[in-house]
Design a protein around this ligand. Structure first.
Ligand code: FAD
Ligand code: SF4
Length: 333
């Protein structure tokens, strides 16, 4: 059985300001914990070993929810995945977000896991998500305790994979997040939070808490989340496609499509977006079928599948255009 390290201090602040102060006092020795469904397994495997664990569970403001579909909905970072999954208003107006949330792990874990924790999920890799002894047997790797990347040994960087189900759809929708830290509060577009680096994978500054996520007002977009995984019961995505299309009648006026599970951040399917923007798309129409076939194929190139997750990399890369096309077609229904 894997056990947590025996020595760390557990803090339970009541306000964001108190939590930020504790983090500032202990610097890199501290980490926030929300549901703990990612951090505690990582601590058990000694991938992350904070000496001070700052729980966000007792901070009431992080559980708040406000707004509506007309003005946009703000969810506190401690909103659980189960709360999102079972929220009638979110299901009606932000179905792609609830689809992503309900595909995450299992009901028990969704009762604990939060949207904030999911947006900040550690990147994953077959050579990293192992216990200490396993990692020691290969002399560790660059992401933790070692020097080399076993996936791309000549690479100067880590290619661990962004495997959060919510990130591709939240970023495709153009949602925003609020962060509060020692330097104050800032609100940024969610896609600006992420970096193309398996180790240093966000632009979150030291000590910052992600306090809320702001879903945009419903204003003519239709969205979809499509997930590829080995088991439908529960598994991390090996591909997670978030697609949002804005329409004027049947004409696409704007689109954003993100490929998750295939790089250290949710990669933009930029060429696909360019090819469908300004086009009239109708379900069952031959010209639409032909356009979608060629446009979706453009998602093959940016999909950076490598041999560090489940399934063969070449097969995952071939599946990207298929899943991108399905996600776009969902938006036409
Ligand atoms: C068996 C299993 C299966 C899983 N399957 C999936 C899956 O299919 N898809 C998927 O996306 N995930 C999956 N997960 C990962 C995890 O359960 C979810 O990503 C969950 O949403 C994480 O949320 P949490 O609140 O538990 O995060 P925590 O573990 O509490 O935190 C995760 C990280 O975010 C930081 N953090 C958390 N909240 C904040 C905040 N508000 N401000 C600043 N930092 C913060 C923590 O310091 C930590 O680094 C799985 C996990 C397990 C154990
Ligand atoms: S991609 Fe390379 S450096 Fe990163 S976790 Fe995997 S083996 Fe380690």
């Amino acid at each position: 059985m894997l056990r947590l390290p025996t020595q760390f201090t557990y803090h339970r602040p009541k306000t964001v300001a108190e939590a930020v102060k504790i983090a500032a006092d202990h610097g890199p020795d501290s980490m926030y914990v929300a549901g703990g469904t990612d951090l505690y397994p990582n601590m058990k495997r000694r991938q992350q070993q904070p000496k001070h664990v700052i729980s966000l569970v007792g901070i009431e403001e992080l559980h708040a929810r406000s707004g509506d579909a007309k003005s946009g909905i703000t969810l506190g970072a401690m909103t659980t995945l189960s709360e999102i999954e079972h929220d009638a208003e979110l299901n009606e107006n932000y179905g792609a977000v609830t689809t992503a949330a309900e595909s995450i792990s299992t009901p028990l874990l969704r009762n604990m896991g939060t949207i904030g924790g999911n947006l900040l999920l550690d990147t994953r890799c077959n050579y990293y998500d192992q216990n200490y002894e396993w990692r020691e047997s290969i002399n560790f790797c660059m992401k933790c305790d070692g020097e080399i990347c076993w996936v791309a040994p000549s690479s100067p960087r880590c290619w661990a994979v962004q495997s959060s189900d919510s990130v591709p759809i939240v970023t495709a929708l153009g949602a925003e997040v609020t962060l509060v830290g020692p330097e104050g509060e800032r609100r940024i577009v969610a896609s600006d939070l992420y970096k193309d680096d398996g180790i240093d994978y966000t632009h979150k500054k030291p000590g910052e808490i992600l306090t809320s996520v702001h879903l945009p007002a419903v204003n003519g977009w239709r969205a979809s989340y499509r997930k590829l995984r080995r088991r439908d019961s529960f598994d991390f995505p090996v591909l997670g496609i978030g697609a949002a299309l804005w329409f004027d009648g049947d004409t696409v006026t704007r689109a954003d499509i993100r490929i998750g599970g295939a790089g250290s951040y949710a990669i933009e399917a930029a060429k696909t977006v360019e090819m469908i923007t300004g086009q009239t798309l109708k379900k069952g129409d031959a010209a639409t079928d032909e356009l979608l076939r060629t446009a979706a194929q453009e998602a093959f190139k940016p999909t950076r599948a490598m041999d560090n997750t489940d399934h063969e990399a070449s097969w995952r890369k071939k599946m990207a255009p298929i899943f991108v096309r399905r996600a776009i077609e969902d938006c036409l229904a």
